[in-house]
Design a protein around this ligand. Structure first.
Ligand SMILES: Cc1cc2nc3c(=O)[nH]c(=O)nc-3n(C[C@H](O)[C@H](O)[C@H](O)COP(=O)(O)O)c2cc1C
Length: 90
């Protein structure tokens, strides 16, 4: 599962809380988590990872995408390439 949120106040945007209240079957799933932010990612990824693990899921990779004006798409493409390489190895 890919799961990403914008950073609000150094944590995941509040829609994140709704996701975890309603999501079923997190148990046993592998997650790739990401956040977007302007400058300060804070503990967004750590908070997401903790919640996923509390419900029995695993975080297999994570990434912050920063951009003062816009997220750099080249960084997103690099991350996808990295994930593809990992998949090829497994
Ligand atoms: C209420 C609010 C709080 C925010 N808090 C942070 C923050 O703590 N750190 C940060 O780097 N960016 C913060 N941002 C910027 C958002 O993370 C950014 O807008 C989001 O990643 C989406 O990017 P975009 O506006 O280019 O679509 C905040 C934005 C809003 C609206």
């Amino acid at each position: 599962m890919f799961l990403g949120f914008p950073t609000h106040g150094s944590r995941p945007a509040t829609v994140f809380n709704g996701y975890f209240e309603h999501a079923q079957n997190i148990d046993g799933k592998n997650y790739i988590v990401f956040n977007t932010c302007r400058m300060v990612p804070g503990k967004t990824l750590e908070i997401m990872q903790t919640e996923i693990e509390k419900k029995g899921g695993s975080v297999v990779n994570k990434r912050t995408f920063k951009g003062l004006f816009r997220i750099k798409m080249s960084k997103v493409e690099e991350f996808v390439e990295e994930l593809n390489q990992e998949l090829m190895k497994s």
